[in-house]
Each structure stands twice: as structure tokens, then as C-alpha cells.
Design a protein around this ligand. Structure first.
Ligand code: LLP
Length: 438
């Protein structure tokens, strides 16, 4: 499990900090990030480009986990940042993230959000559709302000992953279709507009992908289109953005490649095609989210009630659930668990780890094999760093957990635990008779 270890007390240790101490100090549920692992993953991606002599930007796809502290860490590690909303951009501004390394994504950016991106003079807007293209043009011309853009295209590649998280196939809400002329039309509209610098193309073919081939194929498809525009308009794209989606190991069945393997292969495809077509080697940009934060995060829960269904299973409920990790309920996602205060005890018990939300489907792991567990034990679920806190909600009015960073035996709070006051902060009483937002 990443850089986690076990100490002489038989306790799980994350980032050099005893998980039991973390639970005592911050309470549970709590999400703990081993920030050294994040730094390592970031360096692996960056260095594999450098090693191969390729110019690149590695943007952290922050939808996986967005907070001021993780943005500060990403900046420290030389990453760029992919944001997908005014809210994520605002968070990046609060973290004082270098604006020139912020890339703005999304399939329905509002006029206000686009103007905000111009206000902050960010590095690049990834234009998704015709409405957005016309808004970006109008804003740039009105403000007489330069803006870099990429065109997001749909390359028609079906990577083998969950239906709800594939985005590169043809029937997709994202991007300009490559095959039916939409991308060409967008190119015509975008390539010689004053103030707009069209840097190149973007695609994102899906998430939790294991096969390097899918990325290679995407690289090839986009390079082919770039070559067409070179021939027809002598237009050279300087950036090829291949998105994110690099898979990670949630359970033993998952067999991802190392970051460097994906990068080397896609780099080779781009390099070879550029050579064959005498195309100036474009910069490669990628946007890993899950593979930067996924296995760096562990959620610690406290075990509570237990119910045995004789001959079927035993449920052990924890003090969180689908409100802080909706992935099992939404995608049937699989995780691995351990009893963090009994790491040296034999794993001889099969339990179903249930959440505390009022839904039968709120089960975090079905048939987890763990040490014998009783009320008060600390249940660790691994690999919860991506798309858990960022997708968390207040269903049943459960407060969202605290988030902490741990590194080299030191720990610090980076998101406070929500309080009941936080949960009711926006509520108004009937007696207040408010008729309009102020
Ligand atoms: N770039 C773009 C344009 C994306 O849409 C995404 C993810 C990424 C990068 C980062 O992908 P990653 O490296 O994290 O796989 N909620 C789902 C995942 C949705 C992914 C959406 N887009 C889940 O929990 O599995």
C-alpha cells in the first residue's frame, strides 16, 4: 500500500505517522494523504518525459481531489493544474497557483467562468464546443487580451473502463468529433482569430485505463489530424494534450503500468510520427488525476455496529460511507481494507464494511478479508485519494471528514472536519422570510 508500513505496536503507519495517533488527534472518518507518495508520482511523470528529451507539461487533474493544500503541493512539485470550474479556479487562485500553468477544462463553461479565466490570465483554455469557442473569441476581442487555447476532440476510442467514466468514445458529451468534420470546422473558426493562440489539440479517452495502447492510439489519431492541417493550412500545432486516465491498483486484480511506461510509449508514437511527417515535435501535455493522488490517500473509519445474517455475511458498519466515498455505490468500485490497529493479527475474518447512510446500497467493501474486528477498531480503506473527498456530499447530513497530510512523521490538517453548524450554514428559517439572494 504505497509507502505505508506497520510499527512494532502492530499499527498502520502512513507517511511516518501512526494511524491510531491520527485517529486520536483528528477523529474519524479522516482522509490521510501520504504526500511523499504524491511527490514521487509527480516526479515519475515529469522525469520520464525529461529522460526521453521531450518537452512536456504534467497537469494535475484536480477534480480527483481539490483543495488549497494539494494545489500548493502540486505547484511545489512543478506540476501544471487542470481545473474544470470557477470553483476549482478560485481554489487555485487562493493557493496562488502560477496562473500560466493553469488549464481550464469543462463542457459547459459559463460566460462568467470564462471571464474569470481571462481576469486571472491563465495558461490555457481547453475549448470544448462551438458555443464556448464563440464566447472565448468575443471575450478576447472585447478585452483585447491574448489567450492560449486547445481544441478538445473526441477521437472515437473506447478504452476498457466503466461506462460512466469513459469520455473518448464517439457518443460523448465532450469535445468536437474528429470524424464528422466538427473538429475541422472548429479549427477553421479558431486558427486565425486575433488574440487567440491555438496551441493544439486535446483529448481524454477515459479513466482507470491499464493499456498503454489506448493512449498510443489516441496520440496517433490526433497527430494524423494535425498533419492534415499542416498540409492544408501550413498550420503547426505546438501542443498535443493526451489527457489523463492512467490506472492504479485498488485491488490485487488491477495491473497498471508504471507512469514512465505510459509516457515512454506515447512519447515514442509522437516522436516517430513527427519524424515520418517532418512535423516539428510538439510538446506533450498530460493530465493525471487518479494516478497522482489515488494511492496516496487512505481513509480511516471507526468500526461501530455489527450485524450477522446467519449463513450469509456479517456487516460491520463504520462512521462514514457513501457520503465520503460514493465510488462503490456509483461504479461498483472495489477497495482493499485492513484493521489499522491490528496489522499483525491474522487476517481470518470476512466482513462486509457498511456505511452509516440510510441506504442498503451503502456498502464500502463486500467480503473484505481482515483481522477479527470489534467496535472501536480502526478500519483503513486504502487508495481513497481520488474521487472520494472531491465527490463527497452531506447525504443524511453527515459532516464531511477531515483531511490531513502526513510526511516524514509529521502531520497537518489541510481540510477541517465539517461541523453541524457548517451543514446548516446556508439554511434559512421560514421565519426569516428571505425572498431574494443578497
Ligand atoms: N483530463 C480530463 C479532461 C478528464 O475529464 C479527467 C477525468 C482527467 C483528465 C483525469 O483522469 P484521471 O487521471 O483521474 O483518470 N469519478 C470517476 C472518474 C471520472 C473522471 C473524469 N475525468 C471515478 O471516480 O472513477
Amino acid at each position: 500500500y504505497g509507502t505505508q508500513t506497520v510499527n512494532e505496536k502492530g499499527h498502520l503507519v502512513i507517511g511516518g505517522v501512526d494511524a491510531v495517533d491520527i485517529a486520536h488527534v483528528y477523529g474519524t472518518p479522516v482522509v490521510v494523504y501520504d504526500t511523499k507518495l504524491f511527490r514521487k508520482r509527480a516526479a515519475d511523470f515529469r522525469q520520464s518525459f525529461e529522460k526521453n528529451g521531450m518537452k512536456a507539461q504534467v497537469a494535475y487533474a484536480s477534480k480527483a481531489f481539490s483543495s488549497i493544500a494539494i494545489y500548493e503541493l502540486a505547484a511545489e512539485e512543478g506540476l501544471s493544474l487542470d481545473v474544470v470550474s470557477g470553483g476549482e479556479l478560485f481554489t487555485a487562485v487562493k493557493a496562488d497557483f502560477p496562473r500560466e500553468r493553469i488549464h481550464f477544462h469543462g463542457n459547459n463553461k459559463s460566460y462568467m467562468e470564462l471571464n474569470y479565466a481571462f481576469d486571472e490570465n491563465i495558461g490555457c483554455i481547453v475549448v470544448d464546443n462551438f458555443l464556448e469557442l464563440s464566447m472565448v473569441k468575443e471575450i478576447a476581442l472585447t478585452r483585447k487580451q491574448n489567450m492560449n487555447i486547445l481544441l478538445r476532440v473526441t477521437p472515437g476510442i473506447e478504452a476498457h473502463t466503466h461506462e460512466f467514466i469513459t469520455t473518448g468514445q464517439e457518443d460523448s458529451k465532450f469535445g468536437f468529433d474528429l470524424k464528422n468534420g466538427q473538429a475541422d470546422e472548429a479549427f477553421e473558426l479558431a486558427h486565425d482569430v486575433p488574440y487567440l493562440q491555438l496551441l493544439g489539440l486535446h483529448c481524454h479517452i477515459g479513466s482507470q485505463i491499464f493499456e498503454a495502447d489506448a493512449f498510443n492510439h489516441a496520440a496517433e489519431t490526433l497527430m494524423e489530424k494535425m498533419q492534415v492541417w499542416k498540409e492544408s493550412h501550413s498550420f503547426i500545432c505546438t501542443v498535443l494534450n493526451l489527457g489523463g486516465g492512467f490506472g492504479i491498483r485498488y485491488t490485487e486484480e488491477d495491473e497498471p503500468l508504471e507512469p514512465s511506461q505510459y509516457v515512454e510509449e506515447m512519447g515514442k508514437v509522437v516522436f516517430d510520427l513527427a519524424k515520418r511527417w517532418n512535423y516539428p515535435l510538439p510538446e506533450i501535455w498530460i493530465e493525471p488525476g487518479r494516478s497522482l493522488v489515488g494511492d496516496a490517500g487512505t481513509t480511516l473509519y471507526t468500526a461501530g455496529s455489527e450485524k450477522e445474517v446467519p449463513g450469509v455475511r456479517t456487516y460491520v458498519a463504520v462512521d462514514g460511507g457513501m457520503s465520503d466515498n460514493i465510488r462503490p455505490a456509483l461504479y461498483d468500485a472495489k477497495y482493499t481494507a485492513a484493521i489499522a490497529n491490528k496489522m499483525l493479527s491474522p487476517r481470518d475474518t470476512t466482513i462486509t464494511i457498511a456505511g452509516k447512510c440510510c441506504e442498503s446500497g451503502d456498502k464500502l467493501i463486500v467480503d473484505a478479508v481482515v483481522a477479527s474486528v470489534s467496535e472501536g477498531d480502526l478500519v483503513a480503506i486504502f487508495c481513497t485519494g481520488a474521487y472520494t473527498y472531491s465527490m463527497a456530499g452531506n447525504y443524511n447530513r453527515l459532516p464531511r471528514p477531515a483531511v490531513i497530510f502526513a510526511e516524514d512523521g509529521d502531520h497537518q490538517l489541510v481540510i477541517r472536519r465539517e461541523t453541524y453548524e457548517d451543514i446548516t450554514r446556508l439554511d434559512l428559517s421560514l421565519h426569516q422570510k428571505v425572498r431574494k439572494e443578497s
